[in-house]
Design a binder for this molecule. Structure first.
Ligand SMILES: [Zn+2]
Length: 505
């Protein structure tokens, strides 16, 4: 009897324990599920509710051809994202698009995308580009190698909207690599091998980066040219523009002579231009012309750096407000932000950065006059350089430098597409899927009218700006969610520390 009773007691306490365990397990699982659900709802990227039109008619539009500087009044009928018919338009048409100015799509020739992580910013960045009329990106280095594959896949499947992407993929560099997605080379042979590796991976261009020696650069360029790939890049610290002779020079690095650069930092390399005189500018022009060197000066990155003169006001600029708060307040923070841009002296900004910018604009004009190749790129994610908006700013800086606005359009569209061999994007003929921007006011003669963008046709798909703007608002609401803000601040700090570990200078 006793044995049975004891057994019963033990059995019931065992049952209680099991129940307690079960309840506890159930409780924990529910909490985790709830947290997971909240997180996934908070982090869920707004999906496009409307699809772009693939069958539509653009009636009575004024098509601007930057090559011939002509406007043609046309009717364009699209079927299945391809032009089915092009006809001259009678001027009396009255339709949604009649009398709008159509230009080719813009190309940002020095772009970057954020990494693919929990914050899921790639769909938003892609949308920002598109909603500002940027239909083509040349990604000048995929920082951790995750962004371009994700962006290309999502855009091609219509999971989110964005431009057509050309990418240099990894940085070819020597010494300690600055970014995770780098191919570190130690000899000219390895530099040539890096090109073969990148070609096999499907890269569209080669990004020549830091610490490479002249023989390494020569081997890189030779190997790339044999494969019809453009080499764009930084003139490494310590070399002159002429010594490095990179086919597409970024940021005018190498123009100031190495001995006049105070420190090996990106800010000093880009802004210690005190000793750059008229003769040096002219020499650079002659050298560029003779060696067919193109330049992507990214003037806007220098101009936006000046926002640090009044950080509090910069935070309120409408374009800056497009960015999630952790970008504005962490990544671009003047004290704790990207290490290379921390604690910039206001006197240095005024004396060096601003004056260097003026000289760079002179150089842009001189290169233009001499007929040297120029590309418009913006170097997004540098402080206050906002996707899309930055390319429009770059266009205005080119015009301010003295280049007629029609020619700025030519450089930012046709010339850029030609250099990418992206010919289809501006051919107006049956069977093609062009990129076109439709403006209510003519932006060709007046770049201020870029703000009158009404619709974007990207690869033959029509997006109305108002729909893109609504989607942008949805993304912004997601960023402003307190849970997203808290987590993005925390995660943003970790990502920033991790990514810029080797970008202290
Ligand atoms: Zn860059």
């Amino acid at each position: 009897m006793l044995i049975i009773k004891t057994y019963k007691n033990e059995y019931s306490s065992f049952l209680k324990k099991v129940n307690l365990k079960r309840i506890l397990l159930y409780f924990i699982t529910s909490i985790l599920a709830l947290v997971g659900l909240t997180l996934s709802l908070t982090f869920r990227t707004p999906a496009p509710t409307s699809k772009p039109d693939t069958d539509f008619v653009l009636k009575g539009i004024l098509v601007f051809d930057p090559k011939t500087n002509r406007f043609d009044r046309l009717d364009l009928r699209f079927e299945n994202s391809k032009i089915a018919e092009v006809s001259d338009s009678s001027s009396s048409t009255n339709s949604e698009f009649s009398n709008m100015t159509a230009t080719p799509g813009l190309a940002d020739m020095h772009a970057h995308l954020p990494p693919n992580n929990l914050l899921d910013l790639i769909p938003y960045f892609s949308l920002l580009y598109l909603s500002h009329g940027v239909t083509v990106l040349r990604v000048a280095g995929d920082i951790d190698g995750t962004s371009v594959p994700y962006a290309k896949d999502g855009i091609s499947k219509n999971l989110f909207f964005g431009p057509k992407i050309f990418s240099c993929d990894a940085f070819v560099t020597a010494g300690i690599p600055r970014w995770k997605n780098s191919i570190v080379v130690e000899s000219p042979e390895q530099a040539a091998q890096a090109v073969r590796t990148l070609e096999a991976k499907g890269a569209d261009c080669i990004k020549s980066y830091e610490n490479l020696t002249v023989p390494m650069i020569r081997a890189l360029v030779k190997s790339a040219q044999e494969r019809n790939l453009t080499v764009l890049g930084h003139v490494p610290f310590g070399l002159t523009y002429e010594e490095a002779s990179i086919p597409d020079v970024q940021h005018f690095f190498g123009v100031p002579r190495p001995d006049s650069i105070e420190k090996n930092t990106v800010v000093h390399r880009g802004s210690d231009w005190e000793n750059v005189d008229e003769k040096l500018l002219n020499d650079i022009v002659i050298f560029s012309k003779l060696n067919r060197i193109a330049n992507t000066p990214t003037l806007v990155a220098s101009e936006r750096l000046l926002s640090f003169l009044d950080y509090d006001s910069a935070l309120l600029q409408p374009s800056v407000l497009f960015m999630p708060r952790f970008f504005r307040e962490i990544v671009w923070n003047p004290i704790h932000g990207i290490p290379a841009y921390r604690n910039l002296d206001p006197a240095y900004l005024r004396e060096n950065v601003e004056k260097a910018l003026r000289k760079k604009m002179r150089l842009v004009y001189k290169l233009f006059q001499a007929g040297a190749e120029l590309r418009l790129g913006s170097d997004t994610q540098q402080p206050f350089v906002v996707p899309g908006d930055s390319l429009q700013r770059e266009m205005k800086l080119f015009q301010k430098a003295g280049i007629p606005s029609e020619e700025v359009w030519n450089l930012a569209t046709i010339k850029a597409h030609e250099s990418l061999k992206n010919f289809d994007s501006f051919r107006i003929r049956p069977g093609t899927s062009p990129d076109l921007l439709l403006f209510r006011k003519n932006p060709v003669s007046n770049l201020e009218n870029l703000s009158s963008l009404y619709a974007v046709v990207a690869q033959g798909r029509l997006y109305r700006k108002k729909d893109l703007d609504l989607l942008l608002e949805e993304h912004k609401r997601r960023f402003e969610n307190p849970i997203y803000e808290t987590i993005s601040f925390w995660l943003g700090k970790i990502v920033l520390e991790k990514q810029t570990k080797e970008f202290q200078n």
